[in-house]
Write a protein of this length. Sequence first.
Length: 375
Amino acid sequence: MNQLPRILLLTASYGAGHLLASYAIKEYCLHYGLAHVQIIDLMKEAHPLLNKISTAVYMGSFHAARFGINYYGWSYYLTQKTNPSSPVLAGLNRLGNRQLVNIIRKEQPDAIINTFPYGSAPVVGHSLGIPTFTIITDFLMHARWLHPDINKFYVATDDLKQDMMNRGVHKELIEVTGIPIREAFERHSYPNENKRKKMILLLAGSHSEHHLISEMIRKLLALKGNHITIVCGRNTKLEQFLHHQFGGVSEITILGFIDQMNELMASAACIISKAGGITLAESLALKIPVFIFRPFAGQEMDNATYFSKKGVAFISYHIYELVNQIQDYLSNDVYASQIKSRMEIFHRERAAERIVKDVIKHILGYNKRISAPSS
């Protein structure tokens, strides 16, 4: 290969985690001098109408789950151990076939990296002789991630690697790197880290219930000597509602969408959040524990349960339970130190760097193999 490798990153907009993982990989690719790195939302490019409908259905599942209609969770667990060659998963793995071939013709990538489980990349990459890699952005396994035509899987933990091996994936195809996060979260020296009054950081999602968040904040205010910061993201209705409820309370800061999430998280004593794989990986890097309130069934429940068993996160289903957990953590320095020590051991540093270096190494070796003259 006479020029630097060209990388195609395939992702999807079902939640922010897949895209953030792609950003982390691209960030390190650019540091490494790889200027030709493209991030493509394959579903959006190939099937815009289906993508719009399926995204709405996915987001609607969070609202439906409040009323006991948890269709996403049901489908997730129903297919969790399905054979990857089953008609359902095989059909999902053909999505975007024609569009991906056109993208490959235009971009001429030397490698394809997936941060989302569905789509035709493994089949197309294999047929065109392009090495294809998958980054699993959760901490537990689901059959949707598995595909026989993947050159390498990058996973979060040794436990996940063992689970994949138990399902028939050869150990040499699995690299334990951790989940890639942006470099800003890997830094450990922040000027404001825990210098102020202990800050409880509440990350409210787009599907957060207004009155439930309001009740949670009121109960957290009873923990004296703390400051509560709420990030509403792009949920402007929630932000306006909370400003109306708590706009004059000095112990509360209400924010919308912010760019420097790493600095805000590093300044927190603890975080209340959903159990997305990226958020949990970021919390490990910063050694700030996450308190997970009513995790949704599916990969969020799996992630939350796994972290809880490892003693580096907490699950609650009632607000009083959540407040008691946070009070125990904030009032006991020895207990807090033990949790941070477990997080430090559990965290795998510089996952994005490890993945990019391994992909480049594989590309160079792959090209040597296919260009070698036959005997």
